[in-house]
Design a protein around this ligand. Structure first.
Ligand code: SF4
Ligand code: SF4
Length: 336
């Protein structure tokens, strides 16, 4: 049930209203022949007809790389200095309902045994506006992981495109309601006919409960499927970087031996160095083990540990994989 209408011509005013108050407005736009989430300043920059952006909006909460401290090695001690967290007021516009659902898992991880303020401060200052999907492709499978283009998990504001080019607006959270109130001048009262949503077909045979049960039994470690996947997988890590739920990172020190900065960088469980110990031992030395870990993380570790989805069915990993590996094939294999 829509609360308000955002007319087509008023999207530009919304962007101006957000940026005029010093905020950043992030939306899907075209760059290097792809649709990507980027900061925009004009409505014309927003891609008019997209399925979903190639990248996830997670990078605006959890950047690919960032400085988390600076250090100087002194004679008898190390001077370690914290840095200010950059957490600008941010509006993510045009996220799809599947990817917004990834936020629950992100929040669980980044507040689990340690509150990571680099994530939480940005999350606090971000309003997520999802827009229900009116188109999709064969890689979309949100309906197989109990989501749909109507899902509202993780969204502060949910919008539906209307047939006249505007949006029907529903503020969901307190943050979303405050956002709509703060920019009240650009929203209108009324109603408009919403465009039909694209509902992906369910992947035949997929049974999440069965997958979870089978992954609890370690006998699957010897399942030939892991070797079969790894025969093709080149370990590029692209699937993990585009995934809205993947949040692994590494900490590195950069600079000279005596002074520099400590950085937090995205890492990928698909890299052979991901679990390499300083001793030289690597508990996941081979690609089948790494593929198995990625799948277990999505369908066993996250649901078990955080009661949240490890996979939201966005299909990004399928679209980006250079050797066309498809996670839904593995879901089918473990649904038997
Ligand atoms: S595993 Fe693939 S389909 Fe699932 S959330 Fe990640 S990118 Fe999307
Ligand atoms: S994108 Fe494909 S090839 Fe690259 S690590 Fe992922 S599964 Fe392997």
């Amino acid at each position: 049930m829509a609360d308000k209408i955002l007319k087509k011509e008023d999207l530009a005013k919304l962007i101006a209203s957000v940026t005029g108050k010093g905020g950043r407005f992030v939306a899907p736009t075209t760059a290097a022949r792809q649709i990507v989430f980027k900061k925009v300043s004009k409505a014309e920059e927003i891609a008019p007809d997209y399925i979903l952006a190639r990248n996830s909006f997670k990078e605006f909460l959890f950047p690919q790389t960032e400085v988390i401290a600076e250090f100087t090695v002194c004679k008898d001690t190390v001077d370690m200095r914290g840095v200010e967290v950059e957490a600008p007021e941010t509006v993510v516009f045009g996220a799809r309902p599947c990817e917004a659902a990834s936020l629950a898992g992100m929040r669980a991880l980044f507040t689990w045994d340690f509150v990571d303020e680099f994530f939480t401060k940005r999350d606090d200052n971000t309003v997520v506006i999802t827009v229900g999907c009116t188109k999709g492709d064969e890689a979309c499978f949100c309906t197989s992981v109990n989501l749909s283009p109507e899902s509202t998990e993780g969204a502060d504001v949910y919008m539906r495109e209307t047939e006249d080019g505007g949006y029907a607006v529903q503020a969901l959270t307190d943050k979303g309601k405050k956002f709509v109130a703060a920019h009240a001048a650009v929203f209108s009262e009324g109603s408009a006919k919403a465009r039909a949503l694209f509902m992906p077909e369910k992947v035949p045979g997929v049974d999440l409960k069965k997958i979870s049960e089978r992954l609890k039994d370690k006998s699957h470690y010897d399942n030939p499927v892991w070797k079969k996947l790894a025969m093709k997988c080149i370990g590029c890590g692209a699937c993990t970087f585009v995934c809205p739920t993947c949040r692994c990172f590494d900490i590195t020190d950069e600079g000279t031996a005596f002074e520099g900065e400590r950085r937090k960088n995205w890492d990928s469980c698909q890299y052979d160095s991901f679990t390499l110990h300083a001793s030289g031992h690597n508990p996941r030395e081979h690609q089948p083990q790494r593929w198995r870990n990625r799948f277990m993380c999505k369908f066993n570790f996250y649901p078990e540990k955080f009661n949240s989805k490890g996979c939201v069915g966005c299909g990004r990993c399928i679209r980006v994989c250079p050797v066309r590996l498809d996670i839904t094939d593995v879901m089918q294999e473990f649904s038997k």
